[in-house]
Design a protein around this ligand. Structure first.
Ligand code: GDP
Ligand code: MG
Length: 439
């Protein structure tokens, strides 16, 4: 999706005004791109219509190029479509808050139950109880128990021989006795919606009166997820959605479809198998993700005002050739000082916001002077070829710059890390980076 859009957007770059024809052309591409991302056809149709109307009616803003303006409108409308704001978990006026997990088999119900409990325990000091309501596969109960052990959260189960509705009833009684403030009911799924399953879930619902019925959807299933969501919503009147497996390379088209098909808020997203990999769903971030741009908009704006384009181009070239050296590093530092904090800037680049390497870079305003001092203490050869920097050279540089050897070592390590990272980014699917760098 992003590549496609980036192409169109960059073809618009530099034009003074957007004509009707331009907008039509972009909208055709946006429509194709969304369909490719497996967004529901009707959703795409009405989305494109909305954006087109807005783009046609919009005054050409002086501060934005026409292409930026279209990006902005597409971005804003996507955000709106997905609910604008993050929606918190429902909470019961009296304990316990009862959360029921529903969805197809393999969607991530049990895992998400664990993640949710983990989150509630950590953030709200909650004392949840799990109820093992998936009695069709012994492995499912074992899975929940393992999660319970990991998190030190009790699991109520009666094995596989009892009616799940009774299990839930008994489990709720236990929760009342132990004054658990949250009860999370794990339920069975099927490979597709079937009546028997729905009936069972309906009975559990009628009995437990959950405050939250979370439909768990595998984001990789795209449009199918939206259809299934619709089915569950019709039967159970779900209260929210959790979108799992967004750590894959899925673009998140499912978020768009599910939200507009059901009208129910997406509350969380799962981004990995681990129990801490559950995040609050932010429509604006998902819009950016669908566009594949991170906070590209802001970044482009920032970059265009502060960044010397020609120099940027040279740097991009060097990064690609992997000949980025300490001299370029100094130039970059100068540019960056003009732009603001580096780590914030980096976070706006797609895929960087959660990049663990980012934590290691961490270059603040005041460190830059030190970094420069270190580079100035290098010989011209050393600046061009960081591999020359053996321990004795490092000691000499440390002395010359008035920094500790550890500081010199750390700086060189950071330099190499960021160079590798930039190189990787420039080779990867980073049309956005090129755009940033003025190509
Ligand atoms: P259930 O049948 O709906 O209970 O699904 P499970 O919770 O058993 O999950 C099915 C599989 O998906 C398991 O292997 C999970 O580890 C995996 N899974 C669940 N959520 C995520 C996620 O957010 N990211 C990734 N990568 N895997 C997930
Ligand atoms: Mg399960």
């Amino acid at each position: 999706l992003s590549e496609r859009l980036q192409k169109v957007f960059s073809s618009l770059k530099g034009k003074g005004k957007l004509s009707d024809e331009d907008i039509r052309k972009v909208m055709r591409e946006v429509r194709m791109a969304l369909l490719e991302a497996d967004v529901n056809f009707d959703v795409v149709k009405s989305f494109v219509k909305t954006v087109r109307e807005r783009a046609l009616g919009a005054e050409v803003m002086e501060s934005l190029t026409p292409s930026q303006q279209v990006i902005k409108i597409v971005d804003e409308e996507l955000t709106k479509l997905m609910g604008q704001e993050a929606v918190p978990l429902n909470k019961a006026p009296h304990i316990p808050t009862i959360i029921m997990m529903v969805g197809l088999q393999g969607a991530g119900k049990t895992t998400t139950a664990g993640k949710l409990a983990n989150r509630l325990k950590k953030n709200d000091k909650a004392r949840p109880l799990f109820i093992a309501g998936d009695v069709y596969r012994p492995a499912a109960i074992e899975q929940l128990k393992t999660i319970g052990q990991q998190l030190d959260i009790p699991v109520y189960d009666e094995g596989t021989d009892h009616d799940p509705v009774d299990i839930v009833k008994n489990g709720l009684a236990v929760a009342a006795e132990n004054k658990n403030d949250y009860v999370i009911i794990d339920t069975a799924g099927r490979l597709e919606i079937d009546e028997q399953l729905m009936e069972e879930l309906q009975k559990i619902k009628d009995l437990a009166h959950p405050n939250e019925i979370l439909f768990v959807a595998d984001s990789m299933t795209g449009q199918v997820a939206a259809k299934v969501a619709h089915g569950f919503d019709e039967q159970l009147d779900i209260t929210g959605v959790v979108l799992t497996k967004l750590d894959g390379d899925t673009r998140g088209g499912a978020a768009l479809s599910i939200r507009s098909v059901t009208g129910k808020p997406i509350k969380f997203i799962g981004q990995g198998e681990k129990l801490d990999q559950l995040d609050v769903f932010h429509p604006d971030r998902m819009a950016n993700r669908i566009l594949g741009m991170g906070d590209m908009l802001t970044l482009i704006e920032k970059a265009q005002t502060d960044y010397d384009e020609k120099q940027a181009k040279q740097v991009a070239e060097k990064i690609r050739e992997n000949s980025f050296d300490f001299n370029d590093f100094i130039d970059q530092m100068d540019q960056i000082q003009k732009m603001g904090p580096l780590d914030e800037l980096m976070k706006m680049i797609p895929g960087m916001a959660n990049n663990p390497q980012l934590a290691n870079i961490n270059i603040g305003e005041k460190d830059i002077a030190h970094l420069k001092a270190i580079v100035y203490s290098m010989t011209p050869q050393e600046r061009e070829d960081p591999d020359l920097l053996n321990p004795s050279r490092r000691r000499r540089i440390a002395k010359g710059s008035g920094q500790s050897v550890q500081n010199v070592n750390r700086m060189i390590k950071q330099f190499k890390q960021s160079r590798d990272m930039m190189n990787k980014m420039s080779k990867g699917n980073m049309a956005g980076m090129d755009q940033l760098m003025g190509n």
